[in-house]
Design a binder for this molecule. Structure first.
Ligand SMILES: C[S@@+](CC[C@H](N)C(=O)[O-])C[C@H]1O[C@@H](n2cnc3c(N)ncnc32)[C@H](O)[C@@H]1O
Length: 273
């Protein structure tokens, strides 16, 4: 089936890929795992894991180091960030899939674990339900769903010491808040329940300030990418170019000791037998 319109807000060039790869290890450092340790993963060839919206495939590549025998399939609406398949371990495949389109028969009920991470720029109309329905379709009865997300509604500005300017960090943060409603993230456990998942656990992580420095750098990069993809870049005085000048100033504030602080959330649910 042809993919639906790709409304992705971010870039897919080498810098965006480096951001995703770096971010994978920042998440792993903050959480201490890729797959929640309570999930009963079997390191066997017939145990099947899907990563939907896999980006560069980095989560699967890292999961493979822990579980080298499991069957790992990555899906994304775009192939632009996939590595050359010759570099991938034999048990990893990457292919296209639009998470909003009906799931093809060969993928229905196939997976013991379906994983999704960082869909803030993918969820439409602030409603994860259509995505959840499709992810449920991919799960075997008795399988698990793990969704990892930033809860940017908890975003606060912090400084390492008094007197540091935060005006531009605040402007960029307000732009995120004004443009996007992140309320669906904290209610994800309820959305899981409504789709029939049970044994739902919701884990919230408040990263150390050092990790938050890295997450702040990542979100400055995100703001810059959005300015290229979604803003008018035709006039050097306004739109994207003006936003990027603000981001440069915000970056200096971050270097001086300002950070954005927010929670990381991992929601896990079980599909009944
Ligand atoms: C912020 S990235 C996260 C990538 C990866 N999950 C990670 O954590 O490194 C979001 C990914 O979702 C993909 N995506 C966007 N719209 C999609 C859709 N309709 N179906 C499947 N993937 C989509 C993007 O191409 C991108 O690779």
């Amino acid at each position: 089936m042809a993919p639906s319109i790709d409304r992705y807000l971010l870039q897919r060039n080498h810098v965006a890929s480096a951001r995703l790869n770096f971010q994978n290890y920042v998440w792993k450092d903050a959480l201490g795992y890729n797959i929640h340790p309570d999930l009963p993963v079997r390191n066997e060839q017939d145990y099947k894991i899907a990563d939907v919206g896999a980006g560069t495939g980095i989560w699967l590549i890292d999961v493979n180091r822990q579980f080298p025998l499991v069957h790992l399939d990555g899906f994304d609406i775009s192939v632009d960030q996939f590595p050359a398949k010759e570099w991938l371990p034999d048990n990893i495949t990457l292919r296209t899939l639009d998470v909003f389109a009906p799931i093809s028969e060969d993928l229905k009920g196939k997976y013991d674990l379906v994983h999704v991470r960082l869909f803030l720029a993918v969820v439409q109309n602030y409603d994860p339900t259509p995505i959840l329905r499709n992810l449920m379709d991919m799960l075997k009865p008795g399988g698990y769903l793990q969704w990892d997300e930033y809860d940017l509604s908890t975003m606060e500005l912090m400084t390492s010491k008094p007197g540091i300017s935060t005006n531009m960090m605040r402007n960029v943060m307000e732009h995120f808040r004004f443009k996007l409603d992140f309320g669906w993230v904290s209610t994800l456990p309820t959305s899981f329940q409504k789709q029939g998942l049970d044994c739902i656990s919701n884990y919230l992580y408040s990263p150390s300030n050092y990790i938050q420095i890295m997450l702040t750098q990542i979100h400055l990069m995100v703001a810059e990418e959005v300015s290229f993809v979604k803003m008018d870049n035709s006039d050097p005085e306004t739109g994207g170019p003006a936003r990027r000048r603000e981001i440069q100033k915000a970056s200096q504030e971050a270097k001086d000791g300002a950070i954005w602080h927010f929670s990381l959330q991992v929601t896990v649910g079980h599909k009944r037998e």
